[in-house]
Design a protein around this ligand. Structure first.
Ligand SMILES: [Fe+2]
Length: 239
């Protein structure tokens, strides 16, 4: 007898999942104690800058934190985490170099609006290190436009009232948005092409202070016979 419930079996293959990585910043406590105040002076949306022109950190000119030797302990921890992330992907990181290309300070005050959905251009991996955060901090939200599992059009759409929703509850197969909780002392790494935003779920108590930025990967200088990824910039010629 095969048609009894006990004998009906099925298998779900979870193919092509996206990796969002979180790792610890081992120097966090010391880093925070030593640098928090000075970091705040480098805020890309500071009162002393022409705020109406500040649509992105780049507009402020304040996105070169990685060039300040004072902060090198953090950037070393960051690159260690990038290498662990590459290992999660089973990429041989020993052949690659990790370049931080942009880094800026975000101070999310209690009265500031959410960060709208966006992606980062001209980079491979983006990061967000929570220097100061608590349980009321806005969540980091990732989004996807199309869901391969939504086989019938709008099948996963929901309304607030829930009256005519087809979806019974959200799970990892049917959601298009995924929230990550900020945890102080950790860094979140994600593909720069991922759409992301922040979302406020409760009344904020205190500020959320983070160091965010972008990373580009290249091959090591001496790895020139590999056709994948990019050659190291020392191999480039500029005109
Ligand atoms: Fe961003």
């Amino acid at each position: 007898m095969l048609d009894t419930k006990e004998n009906i079996n099925h298998q779900v293959y979870e193919i092509f999942p996206t990796v969002i990585y979180r790792g610890e910043i081992s120097c966090h406590e010391e880093f925070k104690q030593k640098h928090l105040r000075q970091l705040c002076d480098y805020w890309h949306y500071a009162e002393d800058l022409p705020r109406e022109e500040l649509e992105s950190p780049e507009n402020s000119g304040r996105y070169f934190l990685h060039h300040d030797e004072k902060y090198s302990d953090f950037f070393k921890c960051l690159s260690d985490n990038v290498r662990t992330y590459l290992n999660v992907l089973d990429v041989d990181d020993s052949l690659m170099k990790v370049h931080v290309t942009k880094s800026w300070v975000n101070i999310h005050k209690e009265d500031l609006p959410n960060i709208k959905v966006h992606t980062h251009n001209c980079s491979d991996i983006s990061f967000c290190y929570y220097v100061s955060a608590n349980k009321t901090s806005d969540k980091l939200c990732f989004h996807q436009k199309d869901n391969n599992n939504e086989v019938s059009e709008f099948m996963f759409q929901t309304t607030k009232s829930g009256k005519y929703n087809l979806l019974k509850k959200y799970n990892k197969y049917n959601c298009n948005n995924y929230m990550v909780t900020p945890i102080e002392g950790t860094v979140v790494l994600f593909p720069s092409s991922m759409m992301h935003s922040t979302i406020q779920l409760e009344e904020r108590i205190g500020e959320r202070i983070s160091i965010c930025g972008d990373i580009t990967l290249t091959l090591r200088e001496d790895v020139i016979k590999c056709e994948y990824s990019r050659l190291d910039p020392s191999m480039w010629r500029s005109f």
